[in-house]
Design a protein around this ligand. Structure first.
Ligand SMILES: Nc1ncnc2c1ncn2[C@@H]1O[C@H](COP(=O)(O)OP(=O)(O)OP(=O)(O)O)[C@@H](O)[C@H]1O
Ligand SMILES: [Mg+2]
Length: 305
């Protein structure tokens, strides 16, 4: 299979050689290490794969995953768009735009409220070639009340993204820590869902709630919705508790848990405060390698083009 470009082969070679340094579900649970292919053809033609990054629990790594998985997919030659669908606008800040600054750039909230606006005017370039984004806005906190009586309110984001479907290979939506109107919109617009979770005991109950919301969406607004995977984040290799919870989840959802695990490291907070992905801030760090492996695993599973 042909490589996408020379940059890809350099990064892939590096990440494959170092895969054994990264935390992996298979290895932690005493199984054989899984080899993820590192040789990808260019993405196939066709509409973008839209993926929501969802968990109603706060601080589990949704935004970190959106930014860094997006950057890793862009390194693999994918045309990537990130959408900040959270009123905290952490993704926007994590990509270097200060809150209350650059307000002239249209946010996703503005677009949701003005049907005549052109979504192309809201697209911003990140520091990663091939990765664009649309900023969030704190006013989105009003979405529940604002859209309550609108007809087909669950389909607003799907309709908004329609003109971009042939311009990107992957669209990642960073959701807020809730399962309200905005997240329902994101799930209705998506083909897949990634659920980042921390390996601590209460997370298991939270996971059941996310899964039942996905089921409700499938029954009502989006029958084709699939879970692309459950991602263990902020994983502490030193504690037995993290491993025990991982084992419990992997036993309950064997086909859904990603083999790639994102271990806990301060480098993520550092890169966010510098307004860039870890893949450019600390390109050869374990955190960057882990998100590159996740990107390859997602493509290998068919979750992304
Ligand atoms: N693997 C990791 N190791 C250490 N810190 C991490 C890791 N992943 C994320 N963090 C840090 O944890 C905090 C929460 O992460 P993040 O903002 O991605 O979570 P979130 O689920 O998007 O939160 P929210 O629910 O508020 O939107 C951030 O400070 C981030 O830098
Ligand atoms: Mg977030």
């Amino acid at each position: 299979m042909a490589k996408v470009n020379s940059q890809v082969s350099r990064f892939d070679a590096k990440s494959t050689n170092r895969d054994d340094e990264l935390a992996q579900t298979s290895v932690l649970l005493g199984k054989k290490s899984i080899v993820i292919p590192d040789d990808f053809a260019a993405p196939i033609e066709g509409p973008a794969k839209v993926i929501s990054v969802v968990n109603q629990k706060g601080g589990v790594g949704k935004t970190t995953t959106t930014i860094n998985l997006g950057a890793a997919l862009a390194e693999l030659g994918r045309r990537v768009l990130l959408v900040d669908f959270d009123s905290q606008a952490s993704m926007t800040i994590g990509l270097g735009i200060k809150p209350f600054e650059n307000e002239q750039y249209n946010s996703i909230w503005y677009l949701l409220n003005d049907p005549s606006a052109d979504i192309h005017d809201a697209i911003l370039k990140s520091n990663v070639p091939g990765m664009d984004f649309i900023r969030g806005h704190e006013d989105m906190a009003a979405a529940e009340a604002k859209f309550v009586s609108e007809i087909a309110k669950e389909h607003k984001l799907r309709k908004l993204l329609a003109p971009l479907m042939n311009e990107y290979d992957v669209i990642l939506i960073d959701c807020s820590p809730s399962l309200g109107t905005l997240t329902v919109n994101a799930l209705t617009a998506s083909a897949g869902v990634i659920i980042p979770m921390e390996c601590e005991y209460f997370a298991i109950h939270g996971l059941a709630l996310v899964k039942s919301t996905i089921q409700t969406i499938k029954e009502n607004t989006n029958p084709a919705l699939k879970i692309d995977g459950i991602l263990a984040t902020r994983f502490d290799r030193k504690t037995a508790h993290s491993r025990e919870v991982l084992e419990l989840i992997a036993t309950q959802f064997p086909d859904e848990v990603f083999d790639t695990i994102i271990a806990r490291t301060i480098r993520f907070s550092e890169s966010t405060s510098q307004g860039e992905p870890i893949t450019t801030f600390a390109s050869s760090s374990v955190g960057a390698m882990s998100y590159r492996r996740l990107a390859r695993e997602l493509i290998a599973r068919g979750g992304s083009k």
